[in-house]
Design a protein around this ligand. Structure first.
Ligand SMILES: Nc1ncnc2c1ncn2[C@@H]1O[C@H](COP(=O)(O)OP(=O)(O)OP(=O)(O)O)[C@@H](O)[C@H]1O
Ligand SMILES: [Mg+2]
Length: 270
C-alpha cells in the first residue's frame, strides 16, 4: 500500500454489517476555509460489535459519526445503515430511519432544557408514538444511576448526569445501532466504568451494535475493535484492544501525545 492510499480496513470477522461507509468524503467550507474533514473513508461496523473510534482532536471522529447517522450531508461516497443507502432517502424517510433505527449520543448532550430527565430520555419514543419497555427503562436508569434525578431538568443536573441522560435516551428505544460521541468524556472514572460495562454487556447479552468515540485508552479497551482516524483518514485498527496497546498506538500518531487516561476521565468538556 502506498503511503498516500487510504487505509482500507479489513472486513470484521463476524456478523452482518450494521453500518458501512464507502469512500466517504466530507468537505467543510471552500477556498481558504476549506477543510477535508473526511477523506475517502471506507469502514464497516458489524452487528453485535462494540467499536471505538480514536484519533487526535480534529481528525474527523464526530464528522464520521454524524455522516453515518444521517445527521450531516456527505460530499462524496456513500453511507448505509443495514441495507439502506442514506443518500437514496428523502428528508422524511431519513428522519424516520434515524428515529427508528439509530441512537445517537452527542458530544454536547443536546438535552431539551424545558423537559425533565425522564422526559428527555423518552422523547424519541414519544415522538414516534411508542411507549418505552418499562423493565428496560428501569434497568437503564438504575444502571446509569439516574433513579433519583428523573424529575430534574438538565440545568439542575451535573455535566456527568446530563451525559448519562443522553446515553439513556439513545438506548431506551433499543435502536439497531448506537453512535456515542465521547459518552464518558464528562464522567468520573467510576461512573465511566459503569457506563462502559453496561455498553459492553448490551453488546454481549442483547447483540446491541455500538460505535463510540473516545480519547481514553481505558474506555477503548471495553470495545471489541478500535478504529484509528488521523487527518480524516482511517490509519489503523486493532481487535481485542488493551489500554496499553491503544496508548502505545496513539503515541505513534504524528505529533500525537494523547491525554493521559487519568486526565481524560476527569471533567473533560469537549
Ligand atoms: N461545521 C463545520 N464547519 C467547518 N469545519 C468543520 C465543521 N465541523 C467540523 N469541522 C472541521 O472538520 C474537522 C474534523 O472535525 P471533527 O469535529 O469531526 O473532529 P473530531 O475528531 O471529532 O475532534 P474532537 O476530538 O476535538 O471532537 C476539524 O478540522 C473541524 O474544524
Ligand atoms: Mg468530536
Amino acid at each position: 500500500m502506498s503511503p498516500t492510499a487510504p487505509y482500507a480496513a479489513p472486513l470484521a470477522p463476524v456478523g452482518a454489517v450494521a453500518a458501512r461507509a464507502t469512500d466517504l468524503s466530507k468537505v467543510y467550507g471552500r477556498g481558504e476555509t476549506r477543510v477535508a474533514a473526511l477523506d475517502s473513508v471506507s469502514v464497516e461496523f458489524r452487528r453485535a460489535q462494540f467499536t471505538a473510534i480514536m484519533g487526535p482532536s480534529g481528525s474527523g471522529k464526530s464528522t464520521l459519526m454524524h455522516c453515518m447517522a444521517g445527521l450531516d450531508s456527505i460530499s462524496s461516497g456513500s453511507t448505509r445503515i443495514g441495507d439502506v443507502e442514506l443518500g437514496s432517502l428523502g428528508d422524511r424517510q431519513l428522519t424516520k430511519l434515524r428515529r427508528d433505527r439509530i441512537g445517537f449520543v452527542f458530544q454536547a448532550f443536546n438535552l431539551l432544557p424545558t423537559l425533565s430527565a425522564l422526559e428527555n430520555i423518552t422523547l424519541p419514543l414519544d415522538i414516534a408514538g411508542r411507549k418505552p419497555d418499562p423493565a428496560w427503562l428501569q434497568q437503564i436508569v438504575a444502571t446509569l444511576g439516574l433513579s433519583g434525578r428523573l424529575a430534574h431538568r438538565p440545568s439542575q443536573l451535573s455535566g456527568g448526569q446530563q451525559q448519562r441522560v443522553a446515553v439513556a435516551r439513545a438506548l431506551t428505544s433499543r435502536p439497531e445501532i448506537v453512535f456515542a460521541d465521547e459518552p464518558t468524556g464528562n464522567l468520573d472514572s467510576r461512573s465511566g466504568a459503569e457506563l462502559l460495562g453496561f455498553l459492553h454487556e448490551s453488546v454481549r447479552a442483547l447483540q446491541q451494535t455500538i460505535v463510540m468515540v473516545t480519547h481514553d485508552p481505558v474506555a477503548a479497551s471495553y470495545a471489541d475493535r478500535v478504529v484509528f482516524l488521523a487527518d480524516g483518514r482511517i490509519v489503523d485498527e486493532m481487535y481485542e484492544p488493551t489500554a496499553d496497546a491503544v496508548l502505545d498506538r496513539m503515541r505513534r500518531f504524528p505529533g500525537g501525545n494523547p491525554r493521559t487516561p487519568a486526565s481524560d476521565t476527569q471533567g473533560r468538556t469537549s
